[in-house]
Design a binder for this molecule. Structure first.
Ligand code: MG
Length: 164
């Protein structure tokens, strides 16, 4: 049996604290040097949030916001790999494994290209997959709307699960 899931996330980007509310820019668990960072309750890692929701979605489970509410102080500043690991544990309980995962990151800056391979390798490690099963694509928003003006980052993610 196979199951497909889709995940989407958006975080506002602001100047790093204390100038703004931006947290250090972390994407797919990898730190990227940038003058802005995501505003969020956890570490604001939009890629890990979208990947978590893709896996939860494939399993028809409650989404990341339901499992880890942003009103709960225990998730404040949390490393988002925690949420992905929790989703993977639920996946294994249902005897599934990740067949492949494909993500599209949309932001004007920073450029994703230079860290893409590092992100893929890190995701492969988290998901216990080969790097060849994980894909990350970077796009801009052509300078229009909040994403194109550098005020937000958006991630779409699709995951295919198969029986373990
Ligand atoms: Mg999020």
């Amino acid at each position: 049996m196979i199951r497909v899931g889709h995940g989407y996330d958006l975080h506002r980007l602001e100047l790093l604290a204390p100038a703004g509310q931006g947290k250090p820019f972390v994407l797919g668990g990898i730190f990227i040097e940038h003058d802005r960072g995501p505003v969020g309750h956890s570490d604001g890692d939009a890629l890990l949030h979208a990947a978590t929701d893709a896996i939860l979605g494939a399993l028809a489970l409650p989404d990341i916001g339901q499992l880890f509410p942003d009103t709960d102080p225990q998730w404040a500043g949390k490393d988002s790999s925690h949420f992905l690991r929790a989703a993977l544990q639920l996946m294994r309980q249902q005897k599934f494994q990740v067949s492949n995962l494909d993500a599209t990151v949309i932001c004007e800056r920073p450029k994703i290209g230079p860290v893409k391979e590092q992100i893929r390798a890190h995701l492969a490690q988290l998901l216990n997959c080969d790097k060849g099963q994980i894909n990350v694509k970077g796009k801009t928003h052509e300078r229009v709307d909040a994403v194109g003006e550098g005020r937000a980052i958006e991630v779409h993610c699709v995951a295919l699960l198969e029986n373990a």
